[in-house]
Design a protein around this ligand. Structure first.
Ligand code: GDP
Ligand code: NAG
Ligand code: NAG
Ligand code: NAG
Ligand code: MG
Length: 445
Protein backbone atom coordinates (compact mmCIF):
# COMPACT_ATOMS: atom_id res chain seq x y z
CA UNK A 1 0.00 0.00 0.00
CA UNK A 2 1.28 3.43 -0.90
CA UNK A 3 1.86 5.59 2.12
CA UNK A 4 1.97 9.30 1.63
CA UNK A 5 2.71 11.99 4.14
CA UNK A 6 1.44 15.52 4.38
CA UNK A 7 -1.61 17.18 2.92
CA UNK A 8 -2.62 15.64 -0.32
CA UNK A 9 -5.85 17.12 -1.52
CA UNK A 10 -8.70 14.74 -1.96
CA UNK A 11 -10.72 15.96 -4.87
CA UNK A 12 -14.20 14.79 -5.64
CA UNK A 13 -14.95 15.74 -9.20
CA UNK A 14 -18.68 15.93 -8.79
CA UNK A 15 -20.43 18.30 -11.19
CA UNK A 16 -18.68 21.39 -9.96
CA UNK A 17 -17.67 20.45 -6.47
CA UNK A 18 -14.09 20.41 -5.53
CA UNK A 19 -13.13 19.51 -2.05
CA UNK A 20 -9.93 19.32 -0.13
CA UNK A 21 -9.67 17.69 3.23
CA UNK A 22 -7.87 15.80 5.90
CA UNK A 23 -9.46 12.62 4.74
CA UNK A 24 -6.29 11.10 3.48
CA UNK A 25 -4.78 11.37 6.92
CA UNK A 26 -7.89 9.95 8.49
CA UNK A 27 -7.71 7.13 6.02
CA UNK A 28 -4.11 6.24 6.68
CA UNK A 29 -4.44 6.41 10.42
CA UNK A 30 -7.55 4.24 10.43
CA UNK A 31 -6.19 1.59 8.17
CA UNK A 32 -3.21 1.32 10.50
CA UNK A 33 -5.50 1.45 13.52
CA UNK A 34 -7.72 -1.40 12.41
CA UNK A 35 -4.75 -3.66 12.01
CA UNK A 36 -3.47 -2.89 15.48
CA UNK A 37 -6.76 -3.36 17.32
CA UNK A 38 -7.71 -6.48 15.41
CA UNK A 39 -7.39 -8.54 18.58
CA UNK A 40 -9.88 -6.60 20.62
CA UNK A 41 -13.63 -6.92 20.35
CA UNK A 42 -16.52 -5.25 22.09
CA UNK A 43 -17.57 -8.34 23.91
CA UNK A 44 -16.43 -11.57 22.30
CA UNK A 45 -13.06 -12.76 23.46
CA UNK A 46 -10.77 -13.70 20.64
CA UNK A 47 -10.26 -17.42 20.62
CA UNK A 48 -6.76 -17.23 19.26
CA UNK A 49 -5.49 -15.52 22.40
CA UNK A 50 -6.32 -18.36 24.79
CA UNK A 51 -3.30 -20.15 26.24
CA UNK A 52 -1.56 -22.55 23.87
CA UNK A 53 -2.31 -25.63 25.98
CA UNK A 54 -6.05 -24.97 25.94
CA UNK A 55 -6.00 -24.03 22.28
CA UNK A 56 -4.97 -27.46 21.06
CA UNK A 57 -8.31 -28.14 19.44
CA UNK A 58 -8.52 -24.81 17.69
CA UNK A 59 -9.73 -25.32 14.14
CA UNK A 60 -9.91 -23.02 11.16
CA UNK A 61 -12.66 -22.71 8.59
CA UNK A 62 -11.60 -21.03 5.37
CA UNK A 63 -13.77 -20.49 2.33
CA UNK A 64 -13.89 -19.04 -1.16
CA UNK A 65 -16.60 -18.20 -3.67
CA UNK A 66 -17.06 -18.83 -7.40
CA UNK A 67 -14.69 -16.34 -9.12
CA UNK A 68 -17.30 -14.42 -11.21
CA UNK A 69 -19.34 -13.47 -8.14
CA UNK A 70 -19.20 -9.83 -7.09
CA UNK A 71 -18.51 -8.00 -3.85
CA UNK A 72 -22.06 -7.94 -2.56
CA UNK A 73 -22.92 -11.58 -3.11
CA UNK A 74 -19.66 -12.39 -1.34
CA UNK A 75 -20.86 -10.37 1.62
CA UNK A 76 -23.95 -12.58 1.62
CA UNK A 77 -21.87 -15.77 1.57
CA UNK A 78 -19.96 -14.46 4.61
CA UNK A 79 -23.26 -14.52 6.51
CA UNK A 80 -23.78 -18.18 5.60
CA UNK A 81 -20.25 -19.12 6.73
CA UNK A 82 -20.57 -17.17 9.99
CA UNK A 83 -23.75 -19.12 10.65
CA UNK A 84 -21.95 -22.42 10.04
CA UNK A 85 -19.16 -21.42 12.44
CA UNK A 86 -21.76 -20.54 15.07
CA UNK A 87 -23.31 -23.98 14.65
CA UNK A 88 -19.90 -25.67 14.95
CA UNK A 89 -19.12 -23.70 18.10
CA UNK A 90 -22.51 -24.50 19.64
CA UNK A 91 -21.66 -28.15 19.14
CA UNK A 92 -18.46 -27.64 21.12
CA UNK A 93 -15.85 -27.22 18.38
CA UNK A 94 -13.44 -24.31 18.81
CA UNK A 95 -13.67 -23.01 15.26
CA UNK A 96 -12.44 -19.70 13.91
CA UNK A 97 -13.53 -18.23 10.57
CA UNK A 98 -10.67 -17.12 8.34
CA UNK A 99 -11.62 -14.09 6.23
CA UNK A 100 -10.92 -14.66 2.52
CA UNK A 101 -8.82 -11.76 1.21
CA UNK A 102 -10.52 -9.51 -1.34
CA UNK A 103 -9.33 -9.18 -4.88
CA UNK A 104 -9.41 -10.10 -8.52
CA UNK A 105 -13.11 -9.28 -8.68
CA UNK A 106 -14.56 -8.91 -12.12
CA UNK A 107 -15.93 -5.41 -11.48
CA UNK A 108 -12.81 -4.01 -9.86
CA UNK A 109 -11.12 -2.86 -13.00
CA UNK A 110 -9.79 0.55 -12.11
CA UNK A 111 -6.49 0.59 -13.94
CA UNK A 112 -3.07 0.58 -12.36
CA UNK A 113 -4.12 -0.09 -8.84
CA UNK A 114 -3.28 -3.07 -6.80
CA UNK A 115 -6.49 -4.88 -5.93
CA UNK A 116 -5.42 -8.22 -4.61
CA UNK A 117 -4.82 -9.75 -1.22
CA UNK A 118 -6.85 -6.97 0.38
CA UNK A 119 -7.55 -7.71 4.05
CA UNK A 120 -11.09 -7.33 5.39
CA UNK A 121 -9.91 -4.60 7.77
CA UNK A 122 -9.68 -2.21 4.81
CA UNK A 123 -13.41 -2.47 4.23
CA UNK A 124 -15.00 -3.64 7.47
CA UNK A 125 -14.53 -3.11 11.18
CA UNK A 126 -12.83 -6.25 12.47
CA UNK A 127 -13.80 -5.49 16.02
CA UNK A 128 -17.43 -5.47 14.95
CA UNK A 129 -17.13 -8.76 13.07
CA UNK A 130 -15.42 -10.34 16.07
CA UNK A 131 -18.23 -9.38 18.40
CA UNK A 132 -20.40 -11.79 16.37
CA UNK A 133 -18.13 -14.76 15.68
CA UNK A 134 -14.36 -15.30 16.01
CA UNK A 135 -12.69 -14.22 12.77
CA UNK A 136 -9.10 -13.66 11.70
CA UNK A 137 -7.48 -12.27 8.59
CA UNK A 138 -5.82 -14.77 6.27
CA UNK A 139 -2.32 -13.50 7.06
CA UNK A 140 -3.00 -14.00 10.74
CA UNK A 141 -4.03 -17.56 9.94
CA UNK A 142 -0.71 -18.17 8.17
CA UNK A 143 1.13 -16.89 11.21
CA UNK A 144 -0.89 -18.91 13.74
CA UNK A 145 -0.85 -22.01 11.57
CA UNK A 146 2.89 -21.92 11.16
CA UNK A 147 2.82 -21.58 7.40
CA UNK A 148 0.68 -21.23 4.30
CA UNK A 149 -0.78 -24.73 4.44
CA UNK A 150 -4.41 -25.71 4.37
CA UNK A 151 -4.99 -29.27 5.49
CA UNK A 152 -8.11 -30.04 3.49
CA UNK A 153 -10.02 -28.32 0.72
CA UNK A 154 -13.58 -29.44 0.06
CA UNK A 155 -14.80 -28.25 -3.32
CA UNK A 156 -18.56 -27.98 -2.98
CA UNK A 157 -20.74 -28.88 -5.94
CA UNK A 158 -24.30 -29.88 -6.66
CA UNK A 159 -25.36 -33.45 -7.33
CA UNK A 160 -24.56 -34.65 -10.84
CA UNK A 161 -27.98 -36.28 -11.04
CA UNK A 162 -29.86 -33.15 -9.85
CA UNK A 163 -32.81 -33.64 -7.52
CA UNK A 164 -33.70 -37.29 -7.72
CA UNK A 165 -37.43 -38.04 -8.09
CA UNK A 166 -37.94 -34.27 -8.35
CA UNK A 167 -37.92 -34.30 -4.56
CA UNK A 168 -35.69 -31.83 -2.74
CA UNK A 169 -33.91 -33.10 0.33
CA UNK A 170 -30.90 -31.95 2.28
CA UNK A 171 -27.87 -34.12 1.79
CA UNK A 172 -24.09 -34.09 1.60
CA UNK A 173 -21.79 -36.78 0.18
CA UNK A 174 -18.23 -37.15 -0.97
CA UNK A 175 -18.46 -37.52 -4.75
CA UNK A 176 -16.18 -37.45 -7.81
CA UNK A 177 -15.54 -33.92 -9.02
CA UNK A 178 -18.05 -32.84 -11.68
CA UNK A 179 -16.18 -29.86 -13.09
CA UNK A 180 -12.51 -29.62 -13.93
CA UNK A 181 -10.64 -29.24 -10.64
CA UNK A 182 -9.13 -25.77 -10.21
CA UNK A 183 -6.27 -27.23 -8.18
CA UNK A 184 -3.27 -29.15 -9.43
CA UNK A 185 -0.54 -31.12 -7.68
CA UNK A 186 3.00 -29.81 -7.49
CA UNK A 187 6.21 -31.89 -7.39
CA UNK A 188 5.96 -32.32 -3.62
CA UNK A 189 2.40 -33.60 -3.93
CA UNK A 190 0.78 -30.45 -2.55
CA UNK A 191 -2.20 -28.88 -4.27
CA UNK A 192 -1.72 -25.46 -5.84
CA UNK A 193 -4.57 -23.17 -6.70
CA UNK A 194 -5.74 -19.56 -6.64
CA UNK A 195 -5.85 -19.05 -2.84
CA UNK A 196 -6.64 -15.32 -3.15
CA UNK A 197 -3.36 -14.58 -4.88
CA UNK A 198 -1.15 -16.04 -2.15
CA UNK A 199 1.15 -18.05 -4.34
CA UNK A 200 2.92 -19.80 -1.47
CA UNK A 201 -0.30 -21.28 -0.16
CA UNK A 202 -0.72 -25.02 -0.62
CA UNK A 203 -3.36 -27.56 0.30
CA UNK A 204 -2.50 -31.00 1.60
CA UNK A 205 -5.62 -32.62 0.20
CA UNK A 206 -8.46 -31.63 -2.12
CA UNK A 207 -11.71 -33.55 -2.53
CA UNK A 208 -15.13 -32.81 -4.00
CA UNK A 209 -18.31 -32.90 -1.96
CA UNK A 210 -21.84 -32.73 -3.33
CA UNK A 211 -23.95 -30.64 -1.00
CA UNK A 212 -27.58 -29.68 -1.19
CA UNK A 213 -28.97 -27.70 1.72
CA UNK A 214 -28.32 -24.99 4.27
CA UNK A 215 -24.85 -24.08 5.50
CA UNK A 216 -25.02 -26.06 8.73
CA UNK A 217 -25.40 -29.39 6.92
CA UNK A 218 -21.61 -29.18 6.73
CA UNK A 219 -21.27 -29.23 10.54
CA UNK A 220 -21.32 -33.03 11.03
CA UNK A 221 -18.86 -33.51 8.14
CA UNK A 222 -16.47 -30.95 9.62
CA UNK A 223 -16.76 -32.34 13.16
CA UNK A 224 -16.86 -36.07 12.45
CA UNK A 225 -15.55 -37.01 9.03
CA UNK A 226 -12.65 -34.60 9.07
CA UNK A 227 -10.20 -34.30 11.93
CA UNK A 228 -7.50 -32.05 10.48
CA UNK A 229 -7.07 -28.50 11.78
CA UNK A 230 -7.75 -26.29 8.78
CA UNK A 231 -10.53 -26.91 6.28
CA UNK A 232 -11.46 -24.75 3.33
CA UNK A 233 -14.85 -24.84 1.65
CA UNK A 234 -14.44 -23.74 -1.94
CA UNK A 235 -17.54 -22.68 -3.92
CA UNK A 236 -19.13 -21.89 -0.57
CA UNK A 237 -22.06 -20.15 -2.31
CA UNK A 238 -23.35 -23.68 -3.02
CA UNK A 239 -24.65 -23.73 0.56
CA UNK A 240 -27.88 -21.89 1.38
CA UNK A 241 -28.62 -19.62 4.30
CA UNK A 242 -29.47 -21.43 7.51
CA UNK A 243 -32.33 -18.99 8.07
CA UNK A 244 -32.48 -16.09 5.67
CA UNK A 245 -33.45 -12.83 7.38
CA UNK A 246 -33.81 -14.53 10.78
CA UNK A 247 -32.22 -13.26 14.00
CA UNK A 248 -28.90 -14.91 13.35
CA UNK A 249 -28.79 -13.56 9.79
CA UNK A 250 -29.39 -10.06 11.09
CA UNK A 251 -26.87 -10.39 13.93
CA UNK A 252 -24.18 -11.24 11.41
CA UNK A 253 -25.38 -8.61 8.96
CA UNK A 254 -25.37 -5.95 11.69
CA UNK A 255 -21.84 -6.96 12.66
CA UNK A 256 -20.64 -6.17 9.13
CA UNK A 257 -19.94 -2.56 10.07
CA UNK A 258 -18.05 -0.65 7.39
CA UNK A 259 -14.51 0.39 8.25
CA UNK A 260 -14.47 3.67 10.13
CA UNK A 261 -12.44 5.64 7.60
CA UNK A 262 -14.97 4.81 4.86
CA UNK A 263 -17.90 5.88 7.03
CA UNK A 264 -16.09 9.11 7.92
CA UNK A 265 -15.42 9.95 4.30
CA UNK A 266 -19.07 9.25 3.47
CA UNK A 267 -20.28 11.37 6.41
CA UNK A 268 -18.00 14.20 5.42
CA UNK A 269 -19.31 14.12 1.88
CA UNK A 270 -22.91 14.13 3.13
CA UNK A 271 -22.24 17.15 5.30
CA UNK A 272 -20.41 19.12 2.61
CA UNK A 273 -22.53 18.42 -0.46
CA UNK A 274 -25.87 17.11 0.73
CA UNK A 275 -26.58 19.11 3.89
CA UNK A 276 -26.89 15.85 5.74
CA UNK A 277 -25.73 15.12 9.27
CA UNK A 278 -26.72 12.33 11.67
CA UNK A 279 -28.15 14.69 14.25
CA UNK A 280 -30.43 16.56 11.83
CA UNK A 281 -31.36 13.37 9.97
CA UNK A 282 -31.95 11.09 12.99
CA UNK A 283 -29.39 8.57 11.82
CA UNK A 284 -27.09 8.49 14.82
CA UNK A 285 -24.91 5.41 14.47
CA UNK A 286 -23.17 3.33 17.06
CA UNK A 287 -19.93 1.71 16.03
CA UNK A 288 -20.81 -0.98 18.57
CA UNK A 289 -23.58 -2.71 16.61
CA UNK A 290 -24.62 -4.70 19.68
CA UNK A 291 -25.98 -1.42 21.09
CA UNK A 292 -27.49 -0.18 17.85
CA UNK A 293 -31.25 -0.63 17.82
CA UNK A 294 -32.97 2.12 15.86
CA UNK A 295 -36.76 2.12 15.93
CA UNK A 296 -38.42 1.34 12.61
CA UNK A 297 -39.39 4.63 11.01
CA UNK A 298 -37.25 6.76 13.34
CA UNK A 299 -34.65 7.73 10.72
CA UNK A 300 -35.42 10.81 8.67
CA UNK A 301 -32.44 10.83 6.32
CA UNK A 302 -30.71 13.67 4.52
CA UNK A 303 -32.58 16.01 2.14
CA UNK A 304 -31.69 14.13 -1.02
CA UNK A 305 -32.87 11.30 -3.19
CA UNK A 306 -30.46 8.34 -3.06
CA UNK A 307 -30.13 6.33 -6.25
CA UNK A 308 -28.35 3.14 -7.14
CA UNK A 309 -28.37 2.75 -10.89
CA UNK A 310 -26.70 -0.45 -12.00
CA UNK A 311 -25.52 -0.58 -15.63
CA UNK A 312 -22.79 -2.64 -17.35
CA UNK A 313 -23.64 -6.35 -17.22
CA UNK A 314 -27.19 -5.44 -16.15
CA UNK A 315 -27.90 -3.75 -19.49
CA UNK A 316 -25.75 -5.88 -21.76
CA UNK A 317 -28.30 -8.67 -21.53
CA UNK A 318 -31.09 -6.20 -22.47
CA UNK A 319 -32.90 -7.08 -19.32
CA UNK A 320 -36.43 -5.80 -19.35
CA UNK A 321 -36.41 -4.89 -15.63
CA UNK A 322 -33.60 -2.32 -16.05
CA UNK A 323 -34.56 1.15 -17.31
CA UNK A 324 -32.98 3.24 -20.04
CA UNK A 325 -31.08 6.26 -18.74
CA UNK A 326 -33.91 8.47 -19.92
CA UNK A 327 -36.46 6.34 -18.10
CA UNK A 328 -34.37 6.35 -14.93
CA UNK A 329 -33.90 10.13 -14.96
CA UNK A 330 -37.61 10.66 -15.50
CA UNK A 331 -38.33 8.54 -12.43
CA UNK A 332 -35.74 10.43 -10.38
CA UNK A 333 -37.30 13.78 -11.27
CA UNK A 334 -40.74 12.55 -10.34
CA UNK A 335 -39.50 11.19 -6.99
CA UNK A 336 -37.68 14.45 -6.22
CA UNK A 337 -40.85 16.37 -6.89
CA UNK A 338 -43.01 13.99 -4.87
CA UNK A 339 -40.71 14.07 -1.85
CA UNK A 340 -39.79 17.74 -2.20
CA UNK A 341 -36.10 17.00 -2.57
CA UNK A 342 -33.79 19.31 -4.42
CA UNK A 343 -30.70 17.10 -4.43
CA UNK A 344 -30.06 13.71 -5.94
CA UNK A 345 -27.10 11.50 -5.13
CA UNK A 346 -26.34 8.86 -7.74
CA UNK A 347 -24.28 5.72 -7.20
CA UNK A 348 -23.67 3.93 -10.45
CA UNK A 349 -21.20 1.71 -12.25
CA UNK A 350 -21.96 3.52 -15.53
CA UNK A 351 -18.85 4.62 -17.36
CA UNK A 352 -17.71 6.07 -20.67
CA UNK A 353 -20.52 7.17 -22.99
CA UNK A 354 -23.19 5.91 -20.61
CA UNK A 355 -21.94 8.15 -17.82
CA UNK A 356 -21.60 11.13 -20.15
CA UNK A 357 -25.16 10.69 -21.24
CA UNK A 358 -26.34 10.44 -17.63
CA UNK A 359 -24.51 13.67 -16.78
CA UNK A 360 -26.17 15.37 -19.72
CA UNK A 361 -29.64 14.19 -18.69
CA UNK A 362 -29.14 14.92 -15.00
CA UNK A 363 -26.62 17.75 -14.65
CA UNK A 364 -27.63 18.41 -11.05
CA UNK A 365 -26.66 14.95 -9.84
CA UNK A 366 -24.16 14.66 -7.02
CA UNK A 367 -21.66 11.84 -7.28
CA UNK A 368 -18.77 10.61 -5.21
CA UNK A 369 -15.87 10.52 -7.64
CA UNK A 370 -12.47 10.22 -6.00
CA UNK A 371 -9.29 11.39 -7.66
CA UNK A 372 -6.93 8.76 -9.03
CA UNK A 373 -4.79 9.08 -5.90
CA UNK A 374 -7.69 8.59 -3.53
CA UNK A 375 -8.98 5.70 -5.57
CA UNK A 376 -5.64 4.02 -5.11
CA UNK A 377 -6.10 4.19 -1.36
CA UNK A 378 -9.81 3.45 -1.17
CA UNK A 379 -9.82 0.90 -4.00
CA UNK A 380 -12.99 0.03 -5.94
CA UNK A 381 -14.36 -1.77 -2.89
CA UNK A 382 -13.94 1.30 -0.67
CA UNK A 383 -15.64 3.55 -3.23
CA UNK A 384 -18.52 1.07 -3.54
CA UNK A 385 -18.94 1.13 0.25
CA UNK A 386 -18.91 4.94 0.40
CA UNK A 387 -21.55 5.03 -2.36
CA UNK A 388 -23.64 2.57 -0.39
CA UNK A 389 -23.20 4.50 2.83
CA UNK A 390 -24.36 7.76 1.24
CA UNK A 391 -27.37 6.04 -0.40
CA UNK A 392 -28.18 4.48 2.98
CA UNK A 393 -28.59 7.95 4.51
CA UNK A 394 -30.91 9.44 1.89
CA UNK A 395 -34.45 10.52 2.78
CA UNK A 396 -35.71 8.33 -0.04
CA UNK A 397 -33.93 5.55 -1.89
CA UNK A 398 -34.45 3.80 -5.21
CA UNK A 399 -32.26 0.96 -6.46
CA UNK A 400 -31.94 -1.49 -9.33
CA UNK A 401 -33.92 -4.71 -9.71
CA UNK A 402 -32.21 -7.80 -8.21
CA UNK A 403 -28.90 -6.06 -7.63
CA UNK A 404 -27.15 -7.34 -4.51
CA UNK A 405 -25.47 -3.92 -4.36
CA UNK A 406 -28.96 -2.39 -3.89
CA UNK A 407 -29.98 -5.15 -1.43
CA UNK A 408 -27.07 -4.33 0.85
CA UNK A 409 -28.24 -0.71 0.86
CA UNK A 410 -31.74 -1.87 1.86
CA UNK A 411 -30.23 -3.69 4.82
CA UNK A 412 -28.11 -0.74 5.87
CA UNK A 413 -31.22 1.46 5.85
CA UNK A 414 -33.14 -1.16 7.81
CA UNK A 415 -30.39 -1.04 10.45
CA UNK A 416 -30.54 2.76 10.54
CA UNK A 417 -34.31 2.61 11.18
CA UNK A 418 -35.83 3.95 7.96
CA UNK A 419 -39.51 3.58 7.12
CA UNK A 420 -39.65 0.66 4.64
CA UNK A 421 -41.58 2.83 2.17
CA UNK A 422 -38.45 4.95 1.73
CA UNK A 423 -36.21 1.94 1.13
CA UNK A 424 -37.69 -0.97 -0.78
CA UNK A 425 -38.01 0.74 -4.15
CA UNK A 426 -36.56 -0.09 -7.51
CA UNK A 427 -36.58 1.27 -11.04
CA UNK A 428 -38.87 -0.40 -13.52
CA UNK A 429 -37.86 -1.22 -17.05
CA UNK A 430 -39.27 1.15 -19.68
CA UNK A 431 -41.61 -1.51 -21.01
CA UNK A 432 -41.85 -3.74 -17.96
CA UNK A 433 -45.42 -4.80 -17.31
CA UNK A 434 -45.43 -6.13 -13.79
CA UNK A 435 -42.85 -4.19 -11.87
CA UNK A 436 -42.74 -5.99 -8.58
CA UNK A 437 -41.03 -3.99 -5.85
CA UNK A 438 -38.40 -5.45 -3.51
CA UNK A 439 -39.41 -7.39 -0.41
CA UNK A 440 -39.22 -5.77 3.01
CA UNK A 441 -36.98 -7.98 5.14
CA UNK A 442 -37.74 -6.73 8.63
CA UNK A 443 -34.82 -6.63 11.00
CA UNK A 444 -34.94 -9.16 13.86
CA UNK A 445 -33.12 -8.42 17.12
N1 GDP B 1 -18.77 2.48 -6.70
C1 GDP B 1 -19.78 1.80 -7.23
N2 GDP B 1 -19.55 0.58 -7.72
C2 GDP B 1 -20.60 -0.09 -8.23
C3 GDP B 1 -21.90 0.46 -8.28
N3 GDP B 1 -22.72 -0.45 -8.84
C4 GDP B 1 -21.96 -1.52 -9.12
N4 GDP B 1 -20.68 -1.31 -8.76
C5 GDP B 1 -19.54 -2.24 -8.91
O1 GDP B 1 -19.99 -3.40 -9.54
C6 GDP B 1 -20.07 -4.47 -8.61
C7 GDP B 1 -21.43 -5.11 -8.77
O2 GDP B 1 -21.36 -6.42 -8.40
P1 GDP B 1 -22.12 -7.00 -7.12
O3 GDP B 1 -21.49 -6.44 -5.91
O4 GDP B 1 -22.10 -8.44 -7.32
O5 GDP B 1 -23.62 -6.47 -7.21
P2 GDP B 1 -24.72 -6.84 -8.32
O6 GDP B 1 -24.03 -7.47 -9.49
O7 GDP B 1 -25.36 -5.54 -8.64
O8 GDP B 1 -25.68 -7.80 -7.67
C8 GDP B 1 -19.89 -3.87 -7.23
O9 GDP B 1 -19.29 -4.72 -6.34
C9 GDP B 1 -19.03 -2.66 -7.54
O10 GDP B 1 -17.69 -3.04 -7.65
C10 GDP B 1 -22.08 1.77 -7.75
O11 GDP B 1 -23.17 2.33 -7.75
N5 GDP B 1 -20.99 2.38 -7.25
C1 NAG C 1 -19.06 -39.06 6.71
O1 NAG C 1 -18.91 -40.26 7.44
C2 NAG C 1 -20.07 -41.11 7.41
C3 NAG C 1 -19.85 -42.25 8.36
O2 NAG C 1 -18.59 -42.82 8.19
C4 NAG C 1 -20.28 -41.55 5.97
O3 NAG C 1 -21.42 -42.39 5.89
C5 NAG C 1 -20.50 -40.32 5.10
O4 NAG C 1 -20.61 -40.68 3.75
C6 NAG C 1 -19.34 -39.33 5.25
N1 NAG C 1 -19.69 -38.09 4.58
C7 NAG C 1 -18.82 -37.38 3.85
C8 NAG C 1 -19.35 -36.14 3.20
O5 NAG C 1 -17.65 -37.67 3.72
C1 NAG D 1 -8.01 -36.79 1.43
O1 NAG D 1 -9.29 -36.50 1.98
C2 NAG D 1 -10.23 -37.56 1.85
C3 NAG D 1 -11.55 -37.03 2.36
O2 NAG D 1 -11.44 -36.53 3.66
C4 NAG D 1 -9.73 -38.79 2.56
O3 NAG D 1 -10.63 -39.85 2.38
C5 NAG D 1 -8.35 -39.16 2.04
O4 NAG D 1 -7.84 -40.23 2.79
C6 NAG D 1 -7.41 -37.98 2.12
N1 NAG D 1 -6.15 -38.30 1.50
C7 NAG D 1 -4.99 -38.16 2.12
C8 NAG D 1 -3.79 -38.51 1.32
O5 NAG D 1 -4.92 -37.73 3.26
C1 NAG E 1 -29.71 22.42 5.60
O1 NAG E 1 -30.66 21.76 6.39
C2 NAG E 1 -31.19 22.50 7.46
C3 NAG E 1 -32.19 21.61 8.21
O2 NAG E 1 -31.61 20.42 8.56
C4 NAG E 1 -31.89 23.75 6.95
O3 NAG E 1 -32.35 24.52 8.03
C5 NAG E 1 -30.93 24.55 6.11
O4 NAG E 1 -31.61 25.65 5.53
C6 NAG E 1 -30.33 23.68 5.02
N1 NAG E 1 -29.28 24.40 4.30
C7 NAG E 1 -29.26 24.51 2.98
C8 NAG E 1 -28.13 25.28 2.42
O5 NAG E 1 -30.09 23.98 2.26
MG1 MG F 1 -22.97 -9.46 -9.26
Amino acid sequence: MAHRAGHIPIVFITSNYCFTGLLLQILISFVAFTTVVADGAFSASHTATVPIAAARDLRYLLYDVNPPEGFNLRRDVYIRMASLVKTLRKEGGDWVLVLPPWGRLYHWQSPNIHQMRIPWGEFFSLMSLQANVPVIEYEEFIAENGGPFIDQVLVLQNYAEGWTDGKWEEKVDERPCIEKLMYSRDKQGYYRGWFWGFEETRARNVTCVSAQGHASIMAPVLQKNITVTSVMLDRAETLLHDHYAGKDYWDTRRSMVFAKHLRLIGDDFRAKYLNSTDSTDNTVYSEDWTRMRAKLGSAKGGPYLGVHLRRKDFIWGHREDVPSLKGAVKKMHSLMKKHKLESVFVATDADGEDLKELKRLLPEMVRFEPSAEDLELLKDGGVAIIDQWICAHARHFIGTSVSTFSFRIHEEREILGFDPKTTYNRFCGDTEKECEQPTHWKIVY
